[in-house]
Design a protein around this ligand. Structure first.
Ligand code: GLA
Length: 401
């Protein structure tokens, strides 16, 4: 029996995600002591509603059964000390010297969350921890949001402030925007914070209102990783954001959320062709996302699949954020029996596609799609059949209760 077995009851250990168990074991090794808590937060996949969050629009992601976990205990000083088992590095920062840009690399996300939390006026205590994750990095499944939310959960357990998922998502988005320098919208952090087991979440990115839609047992959500690392994503992402803001302005609004399809047509003659296409994607995608939620709610899987297919075409032609690898993956997926719909997911330019696949066809589907994709591109892809899980959480470990 290892020290980890002694620290948790069997039930608790069974209920913990695999990376949480790995982090707890890693903590005993790195610190020669037992962790008191383990915080964990999931990655996400977006079913539909792409490049709509920063336009104040709608998204429909789900938190997935891949997590970043931190096993930790309180320190008596104002230091945060972290070992990352996956990066193979140790780092630390002082809570008395939080400054944007002061810390870089993987630790900058933890430092940013501390900084953004401190800006809200909460008192933070120092802690030490070990991080382990099974969210693939750089694949567009929000490994950074999962890390941020796990850090926020760790601070909430050590500092004793109450947890409010949507508020913490905002804090973590601020950490990413202002502290780590990545200009993302709210979707990733909100999905990781507020996931609901067995459900996708319709999120209104303006009000942060969330409406869960049940995932039908007749289908599985399959994430198809192209193994094409996302290139140029930051600059192209920022460019799309400003193009959307300009297009909204040309239609007399601050956000494309407030522009109707009719309104866009009215302004078409005065807009350049590129602005029109960008706006056309966002406005039609918002409508598709609300329709997809309605389709899920009434169990209309064919309609959901068709909307996912349309979303991909719009992202490919109007918004121009797909790439050859994503198009090949989507094409391979759509050819397979049992595939009701497939599209790129996340920011684009590489990363993952997502497919809606009939449950009884899913094993053959993943085997055939990965084989066909590899034959066409020479890249070795990965397929993850994902479950929808609950959002960020923290558990007190048994021996210290
Ligand atoms: C990235 C960002 C999100 C969102 C998607 C595109 O994942 O982090 O906020 O904008 O791209 O839908």
């Amino acid at each position: 029996m290892t020290s980890t077995d002694l620290e948790m009851t069997t039930t608790r250990r069974e209920n913990l995600p695999a990376p949480a168990v790995r982090a707890v074991t890693g903590f005993s090794e790195k610190f020669a002591a037992a962790a008191t808590h383990v915080a964990f937060a999931p990655g996400r996949v977006n079913l539909i509603g792409e490049h709509t969050d920063y336009n104040d629009g709608f998204v429909l992601p789900m938190a997935i059964d891949r997590w970043t976990a931190i096993a930790l205990r309180l320190r008596a000083d104002e230091q945060v000390v972290l070992h990352s088992l996956d990066v193979g590095k140790r780092g630390s920062f002082s809570l008395l010297e939080l400054l944007p840009g002061k810390v870089d690399g993987w630790l900058s996300y933890a430092h940013g969350v501390a900084g953004a939390l401190a800006e809200t006026g909460v008192t933070l205590g120092g802690w030490e921890g070990v991080v382990a994750s099974d969210v693939p990095m750089g694949a567009g499944l929000s490994s950074s949001a999962a890390f941020e939310l796990a850090v926020a959960r760790a601070f909430s357990a050590m500092g004793g402030f109450t947890w409010d998922g949507a508020r913490m998502a905002r804090v973590c988005q601020r950490a990413e925007n202002h502290w780590a320098g990545v200009n993302c919208g709210i979707m990733d952090q909100l999905a990781s914070a507020c996931g609901v087991a067995g459900h996708a979440l319709l999120m209104d990115c303006r009000s942060l209102e969330i409406r869960p839609a049940p995932l039908d047992a007749r289908v599985k959500i399959v994430v198809l990783d192209t193994a094409k690392k996302r290139g140029l994503v930051d600059s192209a992402y920022n460019e799309r954001r400003s193009q959307c803001a300009e297009a909204a302005k040309a239609c007399g609004a601050e956000f494309l959320r407030d522009v109707t399809a009719a309104n866009l047509e009215k302004h078409r003659a005065t807009m350049d062709a590129l602005s029109y296409r960008r706006a056309h994607h966002v406005i039609s995608e918002n409508a598709r996302t609300e329709e997809a939620f309605a389709a899920m709610s009434r169990g209309d899987l064919l309609a959901l699949g068709a909307l996912m297919n349309q979303s991909h075409e719009s992202l490919r032609h109007d918004f121009e954020v797909s790439c050859n690898e994503l198009d090949v993956m989507v094409e391979c997926a759509r050819k397979e029996r049992g595939c009701l719909g497939a599209r790129m997911t996340g920011a684009g330019f590489g990363g993952c596609a997502v497919a809606l696949v009939e449950t009884d066809a899913v094993q053959t589907f993943t085997a055939n799609v990965t084989r066909a994709y590899q034959a066409q591109t020479g890249l070795v892809p990965a397929a993850h059949i994902c479950r929808a899980v609950a959002g960020a959480d923290v558990t007190k470990l048994e021996s210290n209760c």
